[in-house]
Design a protein around this ligand. Structure first.
Ligand code: F0G
Length: 455
């Protein structure tokens, strides 16, 4: 008799080095939260038990990455480690110029400084907060064009990260091609719920851009997860490798920005790519001004090595299967108990719909912050609000994101997270809203101070 196939999906690694985590009591957490002005960004990480604030730069590196770190060439100019990174990036992304930066937002700042000015409009399926801020900092306007399905958290559509193609066409016709210096497509769509963009949608966006002569750039932070979700969900891609899918997608564009802190599997790093020689020259000039020489761009040679190896590991199918299945595991366990989440589970995070979870708290009283704070008080879990505190009036939803660091937490950590969320869900009617007592002029969520609205 043939053996039954084994269905349990396990972490595709064993653990060689461990980092203790620290328990606190609820009274201690209450005191810490008050001292942090009810803003989880202002906590000391030592007071957090399970940190799901972000999947950015928080992953565990592999033995191969650590070995590559020792191979880092720290030469100021012409470093061998830069050649390694450029070779890997060109192989996956296919763009001519590779400009290293210390993280994604540095690539954004350089790209938008060179391409945008006042009066310009930059469309994106959904700008991430730093992307929006960097566009706006040049005086240009950042416009989100998510597909209509992307705005309904409960709708289960496979590619809710898509751009609204008709909306893009309208915007270009209405505002004029000369006002749109570039179009951005964010894969996966982080602020829109970690949802993937389909190849079909990327192709349609690319065709519109080509017809109007507008460059298309990818915000490629989670390109490997997006490629795997295309493989799983889009007809015609089941037999293709994530690498082939990624290459096909990037060939539709003219360049990209990348935070290697996500699918670069590194703790720091990023890059900017373009096929345009003139732009590349201007970008490198700016890079030298603030980031560093173009063969290191603000990174150590060892960081360039870690990213070069990490990009390859992010495309490994065993890793991607585990990554996507383990994220879905959290989503399915809480949603089957009634917790409203953005459906279907995406790549790097589960997003709780805080407006549906806490219908008695109006958006102006930050339901996402109220929920995130309670998850901390209940079980020492740190998550992040993506909603009215982060985006003010531009917020279309109030979400709480539980981002999963890569290769860090095991299934039992996630079982604990599920239990804490369900306990808070059971007594959700007791939760109350908050009000702001301090805000910065931009990116206010990082430093905002709040207080309970009922005091
Ligand atoms: N674009 C997207 C889609 C992102 O998610 C991020 C970062 C960036 C750009 C900027 O990259 O942090 O390297 O400068 N997202 C992190 C997060 C911070 O928590 O989602 P960075």
């Amino acid at each position: 008799m043939p053996a039954m196939p084994i269905r349990t999906i396990i972490e595709p690694f064993r653990i060689k080095s461990v980092e203790p985590i620290r328990w606190t009591t609820r009274p201690v957490r209450e005191q810490r939260l008050m001292a942090a002005h009810y803003n989880l960004f202002l906590l000391s990480a030592d007071d957090v038990l399970i940190d799901l604030l972000t999947d950015s730069g928080t992953g565990a590196m592999s033995t191969h990455q650590w070995a590559a770190v020792m191979e880092g060439d720290e030469s100021y100019a012409g470093s061998r480690s830069f050649d390694h990174l450029r070779r890997v990036v060109q192989d996956i992304f296919g763009y001519k110029h590779v400009i290293p930066t210390h993280q994604g937002r540095a690539a954004e700042r350089i790209l938008f400084s060179v391409m945008c000015r006042k009066g310009h409009i930059v469309p994106n399926n959904t700008h991430f907060d730093t992307t929006r801020a960097n566009v706006e900092f040049t005086g240009a306007q950042a416009v989100d064009l998510p597909s209509p399905q992307g705005l309904d958290p409960a709708a289960s559509f496979p590619f809710k990260g898509n751009m609204d193609v008709a909306g893009l066409e309208n915007l270009i016709e209405h505002e004029g091609r000369e006002r749109v210096p570039l179009v951005m497509l964010t894969v996966t769509n982080n602020s829109g719920g970690g949802q993937p963009v389909s190849m079909q949608n990327a192709r349609a966006v690319s065709q519109i851009c080509r017809r109007h002569g507008i460059p298309l750039y990818f915000d490629a932070c989670r390109f490997a997860e997006n490629a795997y979700l295309i493989k799983q969900r889009e007809p015609g891609y089941a037999e293709k490798s994530p690498r082939a899918i990624a290459r096909e997608m990037f060939a539709l564009g003219d360049g990209c920005t990348m935070s290697a802190k996500k699918d670069g599997m590194a703790n720091i790093g990023g890059f900017l790519c373009t096929n345009d020689d003139l732009l590349a020259q201007q970008e490198k000039d700016l890079l030298i001004l603030t980031e560093g020489y173009p063969t290191y761009g603000g990174l150590a040679g060892r960081d360039l090595e870690a990213v070069a190896v990490g990009l390859e590991e992010a495309l490994d199918e065993d890793y991607l299967r585990y990554r996507i299945v383990s994220t879905a595991y959290l989503g399915e366990h809480i949603s089957s108990a009634g917790v409203p989440i953005v459906q279907p589970p995406g790549g790097h995070a589960i997003y709780i719909d805080a407006r549906a979870f806490l219908p008695h708290i109006p958006p102006a009283q930050f339901p996402g912050v109220a929920l995130a704070n309670e998850l901390y008080l209940e079980g020492g879990i740190r998550s992040v609000e993506i909603g009215t505190l982060m985006f003010a009036d531009a917020a279309k939803m109030d979400l709480v994101r539980l981002a999963i660091p890569r290769r860090v937490y095991t299934q039992s950590h996630i079982d604990y997270v599920v239990e804490v969320i369900l306990q808070v869900f059971a007594r959700r009617r007791e939760l109350r809203g908050l009000r702001l007592t301090y805000q910065a002029p931009f990116l206010r969520h990082f430093t905002a101070q709040l207080e309970p609205a009922w005091q």
